[in-house]
Ligand binder design. Structure first.
Ligand code: CAA
Length: 398
């Protein structure tokens, strides 16, 4: 991973306000789920606008031009078209050259990881011939007003620039623990804008998949930990897929139990908590969630992870999961902190619950909204549909 770019909506809702509006104890959302705020995409934002903003930031942060990218993939479960990939819109908006393989990947929240692994293999095989891969994970997580999933919504994109000489994290080649099965824990039928979920079953599936992927990884690595430590102590930090922070905590407990740790929660603050700072302020961003947690580790860790190994767990309902790792490179913390993510999150406009509800209703019809019906100010803002084609602003503020 040579560079990261992150895009989040400029508006959000405080979960304590949502709890009051839904007649729920605020501590259920804040502590029971472990989320403080969720991003709310405005009607001029969609998967394309978020992906394009994140992609532009990753390229700028690396000082890489659009014609140096030979593979552009967008992982999403909030596609805007049955045929035309989000990646093609991003190619046009950001200015990626034409000698580039461009496509979209889907497998719920795992779709971005599928693209990442494919891009890594493309680079490692030599087919890239020095060119970079740009993988963007972009989603709007939406369960509907008043549903149990409502406090686990969010929106955002994380772009990952992959190169042969990575300046952030060098991912381990050839050792990746995988676990997949055919389950119906979370899905979104073609006719619905809202995801459907068997909530408690989905938690069970996540934990089972974590167990399967981690055990597979442990067997592939085949290392015996030094006396008095556990296998997962080979990592200085862990980033999990974070639909909500509490599930990352449960996952970490399960992982340490598998390692034989008699007090499986005691390492949570040290290994996992710094990776939950950004997710707790943004909510679930589906494909980008694991990468937001990794970004959080690099931006918010109180010490230094440079020269040390981090473990990464990706989960997509349906399901496919992968556990892999990498080594943080010298200078990585400073490069990610330079993105100013905390400052951007603090500058967001906090919406009242009725304002958020109105935006949620307005999104119902955004795919049919005629171009020009609304003004847009954001970078690459969605303008509406003209002659059956989605249109976007080319410029605009970041
Ligand atoms: N103070 C503190 N904690 C409280 C509390 C209070 N007043 N009231 C309840 N809690 C705790 C509960 O004890 C529970 O904690 P534990 O899990 O540790 O027992 C927690 O708050 C949540 O309470 P419930 O289980 O009663 O909550 P719920 O049934 O209303 O919904 C949910 C929880 C099932 C996660 C629901 O939000 C949901 O369906 N979310 C969407 C699905 C999801 O995120 N699944 C994750 C796995 S699937 C995946 O990973 C892919 C993906 O991204 C979607």
């Amino acid at each position: 991973i040579d560079a990261l770019g992150v895009a989040v909506p400029s508006t959000c809702v405080r979960l304590e306000d949502l709890a009051v509006a839904r007649n729920v104890e605020p501590s259920k959302f804040l502590l029971g789920l472990g989320t403080r705020m969720m991003g709310v995409a405005l009607p001029d934002e969609d998967t394309v606008t978020l992906a394009a903003r994140a992609a532009r930031e990753a390229l700028q942060s690396a000082g890489v031009g659009g014609d140096e990218v030979g593979l552009l993939a967008v992982g999403t479960e909030t596609a805007v078209d049955h045929s035309k990939p989000v990646a093609s819109y991003v190619q046009g908006l950001v200015g990626i050259g034409s000698n580039c393989r461009v496509f979209e990947t889907k497998h719920a929240c795992y779709g971005g990881t599928a693209a990442l692994q494919l891009a890594l293999d493309w680079i490692r095989s030599g087919s890239a011939r020095g060119r970079k891969a740009l993988v963007v994970c972009s989603d709007i997580a939406r369960y509907g007003l008043g549903t149990p999933g409502e406090p686990t919504q969010g929106a955002g994109a994380v772009a990952i620039l992959i190169s042969e000489a990575p300046r952030l994290v060098a991912l381990e080649a050839g050792v990746s623990g995988i676990y997949s099965q055919d389950v119906h824990d979370f899905w979104r039928p073609l006719y619905s804008k809202d995801a459907l979920v068997d909530g408690h079953y989905s938690v069970k599936c996540y934990l089972e998949a974590l167990e399967g992927a981690f055990l597979n990884y442990r067997a592939l690595v085949g290392e015996t930990p030094p006396e008095g430590s556990f296998f997962s102590d080979r990592f200085a930090a862990l980033a999990y897929h974070v639909p909500y922070g509490k599930l990352a905590r449960k996952g970490h407990q399960r992982l340490r139990e598998l390692d034989g740790d008699p007090t499986p929660d005691t390492s949570f603050a040290r290994l996992v908590e710094p990776g939950l700072v950004l997710p707790s302020l943004v909510g679930n961003i589906y494909t980008g969630s694991l990468n937001l947690s990794l970004t959080s580790l690099l931006a918010c860790h109180p010490g230094s992870l440079e020269g040390q190994r981090v473990g990464l767990f990706s989960y997509g309902s349906g399901s496919c999961a992968e556990f892999f790792g990498g080594t943080v490179q010298p200078g990585a913390h400073a490069r990610v902190r330079a993105l100013g993510l905390m400052e951007r999150l603090e500058a967001r406009q906090v919406l009242e619950v009725p304002e958020y509800e109105a935006i949620m209703r307005a999104r119902e019809s955004i795919d049919e909204r005629p171009a020009g019906a609304d003004q847009t100010t954001g970078a690459f803002g969605y303008l509406g549909v003209e002659q059956e084609r989605r249109t976007y602003a080319r410029g605009g503020a970041a």
